[in-house]
Design a protein around this ligand. Structure first.
Ligand code: GLA
Length: 384
């Protein structure tokens, strides 16, 4: 992972980099659109990363070269960092702008960015980019941030520089994930409970529909406002505090669409807690059932799925337990991107082939499928 990025840096800038850092993407097992409702999520980091190789430069400009897009961004760090083009550079600009002022003045730097994460594929590539940037700044300044502060800094970068009102799940996972564990995160108290995922008989598959809908970001903001509207009607600080019974009682006072959005969030919080327990008990039947229920709720009540994601889930469900599929659901914000499936390890090849063929037959498009063990959070790979 480190070798290639180091080589690219050397080719771009004529000398070896001083720092190399990596931050993983994530796949969320369950707990979708609950993080910004102060609820529960159960993600894990995946073995796909953003890697940044960098060195300080004596000038005033930061120069970033993205191997993924082939673009180079250059901007001044003083007097202050502003949003600008290309759009992916905003994730890094935002982190530099928000990084706490240190005794040691933040130097300008040159960097090469490489990624094994599909960009915009719903696997938190933007959070990984922010977290990699924050990890690089920590290494450069010698100032190690508290992990929660670091996650909030990265989230702010996304809110203020990329205009996406995201929750905290992706940044948290990219920082705090543990190898061989999913992370049950309470997004209100910001406490995490590691959930071991070490059963060798079970494999996590990520199935990319290779679809990305343009409206995803504006729809995300709309979902967030509907949840806030529902919380206001229910007179609770966040939907985390509402029960199914309280929602039912308020039905007549709520817009039907807002009601369905809230029903998704309230039921999804419950499913997430149940799934964490079921994984701990290796009750894979229960985990699978909860994943299918989560998908149906996201499709029908929250309306963030798309035909291609529904097709993947239906293909998986039709294979079912008999063919080694435990469960499947869309993962991430939705409107395209990836589905996640838990499958029997000894059936991975057969399942992958069947998913590939059936998806192409039904959509005329290709999927990209890979498996991943739960990976560790961001780290410095090289520092002098
Ligand atoms: C995106 C956001 C997260 C979360 C998910 C949906 O990934 O960045 O904060 O809201 O969507 O669960």
């Amino acid at each position: 992972m480190m070798g290639r990025t180091t080589e690219l840096f050397t080719r771009c800038f004529g000398h070896a980099p001083r720092w190399v850092v990596a931050a993983p993407g994530r796949v969320n097992l369950i707990g979708e659109h609950t993080d910004y409702n102060d609820g529960f999520v159960l993600p894990m980091a995946i073995e796909r990363h953003i890697v940044i190789a960098a060195d300080a430069n004596p000038g005033r400009q930061v120069t970033l070269h993205s191997e993924t897009t082939g673009e180079t961004a250059s901007f001044d760090v003083r007097p202050k960092v502003e949003p600008g083009e290309p759009s992916w550079s905003n994730y890094i600009r935002g982190v530099i702008a928000g990084f706490p002022k240190t005794k040691k003045k933040l130097a300008s730097f040159d960097a090469v960015i490489e990624s094994t994460l599909p960009y915009g594929g719903g696997l938190a590539s933007s959070a990984a980019l922010e977290v990699a940037a924050a990890t690089l700044l920590e290494a450069m300044t010698g100032q190690v941030l508290d992990p929660i502060e670091k996650a909030l800094l990265c989230q702010r970068a996304e809110h203020d520089f990329a205009n996406v009102p995201c929750g905290i799940m992706d940044q948290f996972t990219s920082i705090l994930a543990r190898k061989d564990h999913a992370l049950l995160l309470d997004c209100r108290s910001r406490t995490t409970t590691p959930v071991p995922m070490t059963d060798p008989a079970v494999t996590v598959l990520v199935i990319n529909t290779n679809i990305r809908h343009k409206l995803a970001e504006s729809e995300y903001a709309k979902r967030r406002s509907s949840c806030e509207a529902a919380a206001r009607v229910l007179a609770v600080p966040a939907l985390r505090d509402a029960t199914p019974a309280a929602l039912e009682a308020a039905r007549g006072r709520m817009d039907p669409m807002v009601f369905r959005r809230a029903r998704h969030v309230i039921s999804e919080n419950e499913r997430t807690l149940q799934a964490a327990k079921a994984i701990q008990a290796s009750d894979w039947d229960a985990v699978g059932r909860l994943m299918y229920e989560s998908h149906a709720s996201l499709r029908d009540d929250y309306e963030v799925s798309c035909p291609e994601l529904d097709i993947v889930v239906e293909i998986a469900r039709a294979m079912g337990k008999a063919e080694g599929v435990i469960g499947c659901r869309m993962t991430g914000a939705g409107f395209g991107g990836c589905a996640v499936s838990l499958v029997a390890t000894d059936a991975v090849l057969r399942i992958t082939r069947k998913l590939d063929e059936a998806y192409e037959k039904q959509t005329g498009k290709q999927t990209t499928i890979f498996s991943s063990r739960p990976a560790a959070g961001a780290r410095v790979l090289k520092a002098d």
